[in-house]
Write a new protein. Structure first.
Length: 244
C-alpha cells in the first residue's frame, strides 16, 4: 500500500469518526443539553456553597470574637478609678452573664461552624461563672457529645469540675477516668489524673491522692504534671523548676 493510499485511509477514518460524533450529538442533542445543564448547575451549587460557607465562617468568627472581647472586659470595684472610655464590670458573675448572651447567640446561629461550636463551650463556662449550673451542665454535655474530640474533652473536663464543685463525686470520677483512658492533646491523661487526685485530696482521701501523685511523678517527673505531682507529695520541697 503506497503512502498516498495510507493518507487517504487515515483521512477517511478521521472524517468517519468526526461524522459519527456529529451524528451522535445530533441524535442525543437533548441528552447532551440536559447533562450539560446538570453539570453547570452542580458547579454553581458547589461554588455557591463554598462562598456561603466562607461567609458564614467569617460571620461566626466575628461573633465569637465579640463575645470573647466581652468576656475579657476588665473588672473594677465600686469607686475604683477607671480611665475614660474603658468598659468594666463590677463582678465576675455580671461579666459572665453579659458574655454568655453573646456566646450562646453565636453558638445558636453558627452551630455548624467551628467558632460557633467553640462559642457554645464558652457558653457553658460562663453559665458556671454566672451561677447557672443546670444550664452549664446541659450546654457542656452538648459540646462533650460533639465530633470534635479536642473540644469535647475540654467540655468533659469542665463538666467533671462542675460535678466536683456540686458534690456529684461519682459523675466527676467517671469523667476523669474516661479522659484518662482516652486522652487528647487538649486534655492529656496526666491532667485528668491530677484533677482526680486533687479531688480526692479535698475529700480527705489522702492515700488515694498520693497513689495518683506517685504514679504521675514516676511516669514523667520532668513534665509539668509530673513536677506538680512531686510538689504535692512533698510541699516543703523547692519546685524543680526553681532549683539550680
Amino acid at each position: 500500500m503506497d503512502q498516498q493510499t495510507k493518507q487517504a485511509l487515515k483521512h477517511d477514518q478521521f472524517i468517519d469518526t468526526t461524522q459519527h460524533g456529529i451524528e451522535w450529538a445530533s441524535e442525543n442533542r437533548h441528552a447532551v443539553i440536559v447533562a450539560g445543564s446538570i453539570l453547570i448547575a452542580l458547579l454553581i451549587i458547589v461554588v455557591g456553597s463554598f462562598v456561603i460557607y466562607n461567609n458564614r465562617s467569617n460571620e461566626a468568627s466575628v461573633a465569637y470574637g465579640a463575645a470573647m472581647q466581652e468576656y475579657q472586659t476588665p473588672l473594677a470595684e465600686p469607686g475604683q478609678q477607671v480611665p475614660p472610655g474603658i468598659k468594666t464590670y463590677a463582678s465576675v458573675a455580671e461579666r459572665a452573664k453579659a458574655a454568655n448572651q453573646l456566646f450562646m447567640a453565636a453558638a445558636d446561629k453558627y452551630n455548624m461552624e467551628p467558632d460557633g461550636k467553640t462559642a457554645r463551650y464558652f457558653g457553658g463556662l460562663t453559665y458556671i461563672e454566672a451561677g447557672n449550673n443546670s444550664a452549664a451542665e446541659a450546654t457542656l454535655k452538648q459540646v462533650a457529645g460533639g465530633w470534635n474530640s479536642e473540644l469535647a474533652s475540654l467540655a468533659k473536663l469542665s463538666l467533671a469540675n462542675l460535678y466536683r464543685q456540686t458534690g456529684q463525686d461519682a459523675q466527676a470520677v467517671n469523667l476523669y477516668n474516661e479522659l484518662t483512658a482516652k486522652p487528647t492533646t487538649s486534655v492529656p491523661a496526666g491532667l485528668a489524673q491530677l484533677q482526680l487526685a486533687e479531688m480526692y485530696e479535698s475529700q480527705g482521701k489522702s492515700e488515694d491522692a498520693k497513689k495518683i501523685y506517685a504514679k504521675l511523678k514516676d511516669k514523667d517527673g520532668k513534665s509539668a504534671v509530673g513536677m506538680l505531682a512531686a510538689q504535692k507529695l512533698n510541699p516543703s520541697a523547692e519546685p524543680a523548676a526553681l532549683q539550680r
